[in-house]
Design a protein around this ligand. Structure first.
Ligand SMILES: [Zn+2]
Ligand SMILES: [Zn+2]
Length: 269
């Protein structure tokens, strides 16, 4: 294929605790599929940076991605990225990490609230969804206010674990909060990620969904990135074209592809 817009800007490898995909295999798969660019974005959870050894895995991932860049030169553009979880839980550590490594691309993410476990572990049948999600959107807003990243990963992430029927499907309770996040992203020139992993899961939706992507455009958003959030080689590039179609459907004419911290705007045909 090798179409320029066929890029994957969210993938995990052996240097993420929840993946054992060898980075080499992930890159080989991307090259085989004809992706033009592949961003390696291994997890770095700032809320557990030293406890869980992210100081070491971030270094290893960065180094290995550099090796892959050289190895795949001319075949696949490998981007040295990171998925930075909960940066506002320890801003000093987050800032230090960003200073130490020259990441091409930084995803900002929120997987757990301050002092809490990952949303994955909640029993959403027994917790108050409204108040947990109020906190989620409030923390998301703090992350965007800080803003030292290029694209906001999987907005609405916890909903993939919440049974449908426990919240309005249009996220109506949180309309104002979502608007505020989108407006701030747009005004600060930060991209919104269209994460396609939901299409492989029970929620069966993009994260965020088309309505939110459209709203981002209405509120002045200009940049979207697209990522599969693959944790194994066979998921690399999955549903990327659905994500690009959603971007076009929301009125975006380009996909943002970051390198050296700068967005290259690739036209959607
Ligand atoms: Zn994530
Ligand atoms: Zn991820």
């Amino acid at each position: 294929m090798n179409a320029r817009y066929f890029v994957d800007y969210h993938t995990h490898t052996e240097f993420s605790p929840d993946s054992d995909a060898e980075m080499l295999t992930v890159c080989e798969q991307a090259a085989r599929l004809g992706l033009s660019r592949l961003a390696i974005t291994d997890h770095v959870e700032i809320s557990a940076f030293y406890q869980n050894g992210y100081d070491k895995t971030s270094a290893l991932s960065f180094e290995k991605a550099g090796e892959m860049q050289r190895l795949f030169k001319g075949r696949l553009d490998v981007i040295r990225g990171i998925e930075l979880g909960q940066p506002t839980h320890d801003l000093d550590t987050a800032e230090r990490l960003l200073k130490e490594y020259d990441f091409d691309f930084v995803l900002g993410a929120l997987h757990n609230l301050k002092g809490e476990k990952d949303f994955y572990y909640y029993d959403f049948e027994s917790v108050d969804v409204r108040s947990v999600m109020d906190r989620y959107f409030a923390e998301m807003l703090e992350i965007v206010r800080w803003g030292r990243f290029h694209s906001l990963a999987h907005l609405t992430y916890p909903f993939r674990y919440i049974p449908k029927g426990k919240y309005p499907e249009d996220y109506g309770f949180w309309r104002d909060e979502i608007d505020e996040i989108l407006r701030l992203l747009a005004s600060r020139g930060i991209a919104l990620e269209i994460n396609t992993s939901g299409l492989r899961q029970q929620i069966d939706k993009l994260m965020p969904d088309l309505a939110i992507i459209k709203r981002f455009r209405e509120l002045g958003g200009e940049m979207v990135t697209v990522g599969s959030d693959a944790h194994k080689a066979e998921d690399v590039g999955k549903n990327i074209l659905d994500g690009i179609r959603a971007a076009a459907g929301a009125g975006f004419g380009h996909i943002a592809a970051f390198k050296g911290g700068k967005a290259e705007m690739i036209p959607i045909p």
